[in-house]
Design a protein around this ligand. Sequence first.
Ligand SMILES: [Zn+2]
Length: 307
Amino acid sequence: MFDDIIGNDKVKEILSNAIKTNNILHSYLFVGTEGIGKSIIAKKFAKMILCVNKDKETCNNTCEACVKFDNNNNPDFEFIKPDGNNMKIDQIREMNSKVMEKPIISGKKVYIIDDSEKMTKEAQNSLLKTLEEPPQYVVIILICSKENYLLNTIKSRCTKIVFDNLSNEEINNYLRKNNYEILDNNFLNLSQGSIKRALQVISNKELYENLEDLVNNIKTVNKIEFINNNKFLYKEKEKIDEILEYINVLIYNQMKNSIENRLNYINCINIVEDTKKRLKANSNYDMCIDNLLFGIWEEFNEKYSRS
Ligand SMILES: [Zn+2]
């Protein structure tokens, strides 16, 4: 049923069984890292729920509901995304009133709320009313990557389906299937089990290669060379969050393979974390990068030779 989607076999089995046994619940909470296929699986699940063919598995777009679903005009389905940074109460109010209208083609109506952690508290409280007494034909699927942003009262009313990060092999399978270059282990580790991140890595490959050089060369170049080699950081203000995240991953990977210098690596991670805090507090960008570069270089060189 979900054969064309890579990864999360356990989840796919649970949802396939729900379809086969016609045991669809009123509300689901799909939880897991960003970019691992939650919304793709949710949409496929919704399509299967709404399919009006007697044998849903072999329908293959021969029923009205499936055709309209693929054309994004199935009236019994809605995919709700945050309007801007937050999902506001008006969006949920609108949904609440539509929920009361009976389905048109299928026996059910499906609502997917993407990035549901972006619902404001008011929006969540408004949704709660529908979750407490949903019309019999309604299915609501909340998609969420940061579960702690949801009210407990919301979570307790949904059946939780936990999605796993993808394995490196699954990520490369996806990339191969979609005609992207496959990634080596180091880049796969940077992707941390998320297709979204893997695609970011591919589109920023040169930048990430520069970051690998940065971390690999901390101990082998002098201070001036180190600063000169890494001047690109001063021009990447917009990507600095990702960059710092990846520097940490790289440092951590090196630390795992190094018996010596463990403390230096830990201190470096602290320096990166400190840089994140300074940037959040709106410190001068160039000065933050100066501190970062000097800090991690000195950690492995001046301090090291002193001890
Ligand atoms: Zn169908």
